[in-house]
Design a protein around this ligand. Structure first.
Ligand code: LLP
Length: 424
């Protein structure tokens, strides 16, 4: 399902014109299609319908409660990386038994919270972490269900800033250390080894790195089971790429065929942690043109959204397609333009030489594939109004997070008493 299409000359999310939303909530704003999220999840669920498999949505991609709830209501679990994300998943209505907790730096408080809630699995990345979990579980009189995150030493061939499965990356435990560590875990009080986890990176659009990493992970899983540790769950992570420009994402069916081929008759529960693929193409960022200007031989389209709202272009040179909300006529004159934000940083550029009509102040544009790692990575840099977030479902829409004006951003700041004397 395509979340954003032109209808009667206006770009719409499902049945709601984006202009209607922008007029109601202002810009910049993020708009998400609930239908597109459900359709993505359903494609994966259908592809694995003949095996026990749980899709734990990586809530880091978009952690709005309404987004988590949309996916939870459609059968997803949650993959979390902090106590805060566990709180969000619970607040969105997920049962603890469908939440996995990953991350290389779990604090004692977070471990205690996760265990007290009774979450499904903690993904462990180091020996010191395993020992802390053991101690805290004993203190609570419980046993922690754990999976080691294995570093399969596979280069996912993706942007180096989002690659995680090479041996020099900070994630996971070395493949060669795994058998001994499972042996140790099985003998520790307060620890129940239940699974094996791996995740090699993000925005991966070819099947080979997955296949290579999964092959290694499955061989290790077999070896550990054969060694007497009764693992029952294989957590194969996320990382499934989406279309930003002209990528060809792996289809859920092709992916499932590959995984099922590798698993043959093995009896185990599968967990996946898809983030981006469930929400990226379901979301866009709507912005308004403030000015158009020409200088240094270039034409700039200056918007009210910048790297404060969507940092991916500045951080990863990411490409997001930009479309005017008013559909340009087939014969429209398009000009190359540098599309930029208002932030006082030269890196605040969404894209150079984008061919667009000569838009005027007040005209609106949408950046596509912005539903993942957009709003969650926003900041208050330069103290501008933050982007509201809106969820569309058919012909309904609702603000799921209001934009925060600068006054609200500094409302809880404190001027210490010794600075109280009047400024003159
Ligand atoms: N599981 C683990 C252990 C992860 O580290 C991640 C993402 C995921 C699952 C979900 O990956 P996904 O299916 O969304 O690719 N901010 C970057 C992406 C960082 C991804 C971090 N880990 C971006 O905007 O491209």
């Amino acid at each position: 399902m395509k979340a954003f299409t032109y209808a009667a000359g206006r770009l719409a999310c499902e049945a709601v014109p984006l202009d209607t939303i922008a007029a109601a909530v202002g810009t910049p704003c993020y708009v998400y299609s609930a239908g597109a999220m459900r359709a993505q999840l359903a494609a994966y669920q259908a592809a694995f319908a003949d095996r026990p498999a749980l899709f734990c949505y990586a809530v880091k991609a978009n952690s709005s409660l309404a987004v988590i709830r949309t996916l939870a209501a459609a059968g997803a679990g949650a993959d979390t990386v902090s106590g805060g994300e566990i709180e969000r998943a619970l607040a969105a209505g997920l049962p603890p038994a469908k939440i996995v907790f990953a991350g290389i730096a779990k604090t004692d408080d977070e471990i205690r919270f996760a265990l007290a809630q009774g979450i499904m699995q903690l993904n462990v990345e180091s020996v010191p972490e395993l020992l802390r979990i053991s101690a805290i579980a004993c203190e609570l009189g419980t046993s922690a269900p754990v999976a080691f995150r294995i570093n399969p030493d596979v280069d996912a061939g993706t942007h180096s800033k989002i690659s995680t499965g090479r041996k020099e990356d900070k994630f996971g435990i070395a493949h060669a250390d795994a058998p001994a560590l499972y042996g140790m875990a099985a003998s520790l009080p307060g620890i129940t080894p239940v699974g094996l986890h791996l995740h090699i990176g993000s925005q991966i659009t070819s099947i080979e790195p997955f296949e290579q990493a999964y092959r290694r992970g499955i061989a290790l899983f077999d070896e550990i089971r054969a060694g007497g540790v009764p693992l029952r769950r294989l957590d194969l992570g996320g990382g499934f790429g989406v279309r930003y420009r002209n990528e060809q994402p792996i289809t859920a069916t092709a992916f499932a065929r590959m995984v099922k081929g590798l698993l043959a008759g093995r009896d185990l529960e599968l967990v996946f942690e898809p983030g981006r693929t469930l929400v990226a193409e379901a979301g866009c960022l709507v912005a308004s043109v403030i000015f158009r200007k020409e200088s240094g031989g270039r034409r700039f389209l200056i918007l009210d959204a910048g790297m404060n709202v969507l940092i991916r272009p500045a951080l990863y040179d990411a490409y997001h397609e930009v479309l005017p909300l008013a559909e340009p006529p087939a014969n429209a004159h398009l000009e190359p333009m540098d599309v930029v934000g208002p932030i006082c940083e030269s890196s605040d550029i969404f894209g150079r030489d984008r061919y667009l009509p000569l838009l005027e102040s007040g005209d609106r544009v949408a950046f596509l594939s912005a539903g993942a790692y957009g709003a969650v990575m926003a900041s208050d840099y330069n103290s501008r109004m933050s982007a509201a977030e809106v969820l569309v479902d058919g012909d309904r829409f609702a603000v799921i997070k209001p934009g925060r004006p600068p006054r609200a951003q500094f409302a809880d700041e404190v001027i210490p008493p010794w600075l109280a004397a009047e400024v003159s």
